[in-house]
Structure formats: C-alpha cells, structure tokens
Design a binder for this molecule. Structure first.
Ligand SMILES: [Zn+2]
Length: 283
C-alpha cells in the first residue's frame, strides 16, 4: 500500500508538469458514443427513501469523445465487451451493448491508439468497462477512486472491479495513470475541468466543458441517474455515502447555475437524445 501511494504522488506531480504545456485555447468538440443500455427491474434502488417500489425503467450508457486541439480524450469507457452478447440478465438488471467503443471510433477514422486520455467519472463497470481497450492512453482518475480500488474490502463493498483497469493498474504498479485530486483544470486552459463529486463512489467526478459555440456543458457521471433523481436530489441505496452525495449534488447544481451550463445526466435517455450522435458533434 505504501509503495502504491508513493506511485500516486509521483503521477500527480507529472500531471502538473504536463498541464503547463497547453497555454493556447484550442477548439474543443464533444461527440456522444453509444456505450450500452440497461433495464433496471427494480427502480427502488435509485432512492434510499423507499420510492419506486415495483417499478422498472430503462437507462442508457453513454461515453463522450472529446477533441481538445489535436488530442482525443474519452470520458467514460462504457460497458465491458461481454455485454455484446446481451441483453444479459444479472439479478434485476438486463444489460446489453451494440457496438464497442473501438468500433465506433473507426467511424471517425480513429484507432484505439489515437486516444490520448481516458478519463473515468468513476470505476463502476458501466463507466470503465472498456478501459483495457486503450492500453496506451493515459488513464485519468481521482485519487479517492484509486485508493478505494487498492483496498480490496472497500472495493468489494462499493462494486469496484480493479480487473477493469488491468492495462493500467496492477497491484501497486501504475502505468500511464494521471491521478487527480479535487477540482482540476485538465489542460490548464479552462476548457475541460474535472469536478470532484464524491458520494456515489469515494472518488466520483463530473466534467465541465467549455465549448466555443455551445457554451458550458456538464457531464455529471453518476451524481444523478435520471431527471427526477436530480430534481429531488435522491440518493441511490448503493451509494458510498449519503451526505457526500447530497453535498456533491448541491455543488454541481451551483456550478451549473453559475455557468448557465447544460446538464447531461449520463444515464438519462432524454438528455442524450438531445445530443447529436456521431459523426455529429457539439463545439
Ligand atoms: Zn452508472
């Protein structure tokens, strides 16, 4: 564990040095990728107040491909490829995936190795499932999430599967990992800012994008799972910490209001349908 944490400190230092390389403000584009779908047979897991008993609902899994100047960053990495055989039923979930991220990148003439960064909102399987398809990208992840991953008891308690990151993290050995801690301006130019939102998991984060024409957008990770979940600031039963979730929700709402940002709840079909699908993009 000690060696692991000293590795984290080293990677965080390297990131600070790299950020200074980006002084000019480049063009930024955001593409939406289709990263799977799920029917939740028991919607009541989405609120720890005992609501939604006996209801089911459908969500989408979304990944976002972001062009920052000449660099490509993937925000979240969708469901694992095993769900191509889906829908696969596990407990009350029925989960499927139509196309891999790499297949969708080919539509833009891109290969996996063209992706320089893979940033994950958190480590759950529906957001990190294809990280291992990008072994040469730099993984961007919050320190709190890495620490939870390194603690096998904590990881098991919060549905964190370290195997999803085997291309970058193996025991206490890290390869091409950029650890961030708190709110971080990823390129030092205000275009892409990671916003720390602990609560769903110990190291969850959202992404604030500044687009030249479309304005500010917030990709909210799993802070909320659907529109009413946001409106009522509901906390899913499986979250890591109720109080932290509520505090992170308030923080994100203040940010959205202050920037007049458009919120995209990543699992909400309605929010994602408003975004044009590849090859369309926002800029
Ligand atoms: Zn999720």
């Amino acid at each position: 564990m000690k060696r692991f944490l000293s590795g984290l400190a080293f990677a965080a230092f390297s990131f600070a040095a790299a950020a200074t390389a980006y002084a000019a403000t480049p063009d930024v584009r955001m593409y939406r990728l289709d990263c799977g779908y799920m029917t939740l047979g028991d919607k009541s897991v989405m609120s720890d107040e005992g609501l939604y008993q006996g209801q089911s609902y459908d969500i989408v899994m979304s990944c976002y491909l972001i062009k920052h100047g000449d660099d490509w960053l993937l925000w979240d990495a969708g469901l694992p490829e095993k769900y191509l055989a889906g829908p696969i039923t596990e407990g009350s979930f029925a989960t499927g995936l139509d196309r891999t991220i790499v297949e969708q990148l080919a539509d833009l003439g891109l290969r996996a190795d063209d992706i320089k960064y893979v940033a994950v909102s958190h480590s759950h399987f529906d957001h990190s499932g294809q990280v291992n398809s990008f072994p040469n990208a730099t993984l961007i992840i919050q320190r709190g999430e890495l620490e939870a991953m390194a603690d096998t008891k904590k990881a098991a308690a919060h549905y964190i599967d370290a195997g999803l990151f085997s291309s970058h993290i193996s025991g206490d050995k890290l390869q091409r990992v950029r650890i961030i801690d708190g709110d971080v301006d990823l390129f030092g130019d205000g275009t892409l800012q990671a916003i720390q939102t602990p609560g769903h998991t110990p190291g969850s984060m959202a992404l604030l994008l500044k687009l030249n024409h479309a304005g500010y957008y917030v990709l909210s990770g799993d802070q909320w799972h659907f529109t009413e979940n946001h409106q009522r600031q509901q906390v899913p039963t499986w979250n890591y910490n109720h109080q932290q979730t509520v505090a992170s929700g308030n923080k994100l709402d203040q940010l959205i209001a202050g920037k007049h940002a458009t919120l995209v709840i990543q699992h909400e079909p309605v929010d994602n349908q408003k975004l044009s699908k590849m090859p369309g993009f926002l800029d």
